[in-house]
Design a binder for this molecule. Structure first.
Ligand SMILES: Nc1ncnc2c1ncn2[C@@H]1O[C@H](COP(=O)(O)OP(=O)(O)O)[C@@H](O)[C@H]1O
Length: 345
C-alpha cells in the first residue's frame, strides 16, 4: 500500500536475519452499523461502519506478511457502545468476529469500556471475547495462575518472551450488577475522587482520570501480576504487558489513565523483566519511554481513522529491541531494550 512506501523501512536485511518473532496490534475498532459521528468533544470524526473495513484490511495484511505474526493483540473496544442503544450488540459482535475468522493466527481479546456498555462481565466471560483458553500455565507455580475474579492471563509465544494481559476494568462500575458489593466498593472509589453529577466528566478534577469510562486493577490482580513478574525475573524472561487503559502519564492525555495507574507502575517498576506496555483507549495514540526503560505505546484507534488511512501495526521482536511497523497513522518506532534486558546468545 502506498501509505507504507513513503516511510523508512526499518526491516533491513541484517535485522531480518536475527528477528525472533512478530505480533500484530490493533485498538479501538468500535464497529457499529451507523453513519459517521463524532467523539464527545466533537473534534474527532468516528467512522463506525468503515472500522470493519479497516479491520478486514489489517487482517489481509497480517495474513500476507512474510514473517507471519505469532498472534494479534486486540486492545479493546471492539464494538461501539451505540450498539446497545440499537439492540445490535450481539449482531455487531458476530459481524466483527466473522471478520476475525479470516485471520490465520490466534487473536487475544482485551476488554475495554465499550465491551461493558454492550455486555455484562458474565456475558463476556462466556463469549468469544474471552480468549483465556490461549493462556500458558506454569507448572509447579500456582501463584502465577490468575483468579476468576478478573480477566487476565499470560502466554509465551516465543521462548523467554511472555505477554501479560491485564484487566483494567477489574475495578469499575461498568458491566457489573449494581447490587453487588464490588459495585458499591468501586462506586465509592469513583465518587471519592469525582464529585461531578456526570461521572464521565473530568471537569474540575485534580485527578481527571477518575471518570466512569476508566477503571482500575484490584489488589488481587496486582499481587498476581507481581507473582508472574517475579517468575519472569527469575527466569530471565522479557515481558510485554497489554491493557485497554494506559498506566504511564507521559504518553498521552491523562484523562485516559487507569484509576490506580501508580499502583500498577509500582509493581511493574519493582521488576526488571518488563520491556513494553501496549494500550488502546486514547484513539490519538502516543508513546513514551519511562525512566525504567519500559516503552509505553498507546495505539491510534481504528474508529477515528479516515477511510483513506489505516491504524494497526506489526511489532517485530529482535534480541535487543522491538520494532513497531505502523500502518497508516500508526508511526514506526524502534524500541531498544534496556542494556541488562537484552537477550544473550
Ligand atoms: N467531558 C465529558 N463529560 C461528560 N461525559 C463525557 C465526557 N467525556 C466523555 N463523556 C462520555 O463518556 C463516554 C465515553 O466517551 P467517549 O468519548 O465516547 O469515549 P470512548 O473513547 O471510550 O468512546 C460517552 O458516553 C461520553 O458521552
Amino acid at each position: 500500500l502506498e501509505v507504507m512506501d513513503d516511510k523508512p523501512n526499518p526491516g533491513t536485511l541484517s535485522e531480518n536475519s536475527e528477528r525472533l518473532f512478530s505480533f500484530g496490534v490493533i485498538a479501538d475498532i468500535q464497529y457499529a452499523d451507523l453513519e459517521d459521528g463524532y467523539n464527545f468533544q466533537g473534534n474527532r470524526r468516528r467512522y463506525y461502519r468503515h472500522s470493519l473495513l479497516h479491520l478486514q484490511g489489517a487482517i489481509e495484511d497480517w495474513n500476507k506478511e512474510s514473517s507471519t505474526p505469532c498472534c494479534v493483540l486486540q486492545l479493546g473496544d471492539l464494538i461501539d457502545g451505540y450498539n446497545a442503544q440499537y439492540k445490535a450488540s450481539e449482531k455487531s459482535l458476530e459481524v466483527v468476529m466473522n471478520a476475525f475468522k479470516m485471520l490465520e493466527v490466534p487473536v487475544h481479546h482485551i476488554w475495554g469500556n465499550h465491551e461493558f456498555y454492550n455486555f455484562s462481565r458474565d456475558y463476556l466471560t462466556n463469549s468469544k471475547l474471552n480468549t483465556k483458553f490461549l493462556e500458558d500455565q506454569i507448572v509447579h507455580h500456582p501463584e502465577t495462575m490468575p483468579s476468576e475474579n478478573y480477566y487476565a492471563y499470560h502466554f509465551v509465544p516465543f521462548p523467554k518472551f511472555r505477554f501479560i494481559l491485564l484487566d483494567a476494568y477489574d475495578l469499575s462500575v461498568l458491566g457489573i450488577d449494581q447490587s453487588s458489593p464490588k459495585y458499591q466498593q468501586c462506586m465509592k472509589i469513583l465518587r471519592e475522587h469525582n464529585p461531578n453529577v456526570e461521572l464521565n466528566s473530568p471537569q474540575g478534577l485534580s485527578e481527571p482520570h477518575f471518570v466512569q469510562f476508566n477503571g482500575g486493577f484490584s489488589q488481587e490482580q496486582l499481587n498476581w501480576l507481581n507473582d508472574v513478574l517475579t517468575f519472569s525475573d527469575t527466569h530471565q524472561e522479557k515481558v510485554v504487558i497489554v491493557s485497554h487503559l494506559p498506566i504511564y502519564p507521559d504518553s498521552f492525555n491523562s484523562v485516559c489513565l487507569a484509576w490506580n495507574y501508580r499502583d500498577a507502575l509500582a509493581v511493574m517498576w519493582s521488576h526488571q523483566c518488563v520491556v513494553g506496555f501496549f494500550a488502546g483507549h486514547t484513539h490519538d495514540g502516543g508513546y513514551s519511554q519511562d525512566p525504567f526503560g519500559v516503552h509505553h505505546v498507546n495505539l491510534e484507534g481504528v474508529i477515528e481513522t479516515a477511510p483513506d488511512s489505516q491504524a494497526f501495526g506489526t511489532v517485530h521482536v529482535y534480541p535487543d529491541k522491538m520494532i513497531l511497523k505502523g500502518r497508516g497513522r500508526v508511526p514506526d518506532r524502534i524500541m531498544n531494550f534496556k542494556k541488562e534486558a537484552s537477550f544473550h546468545f
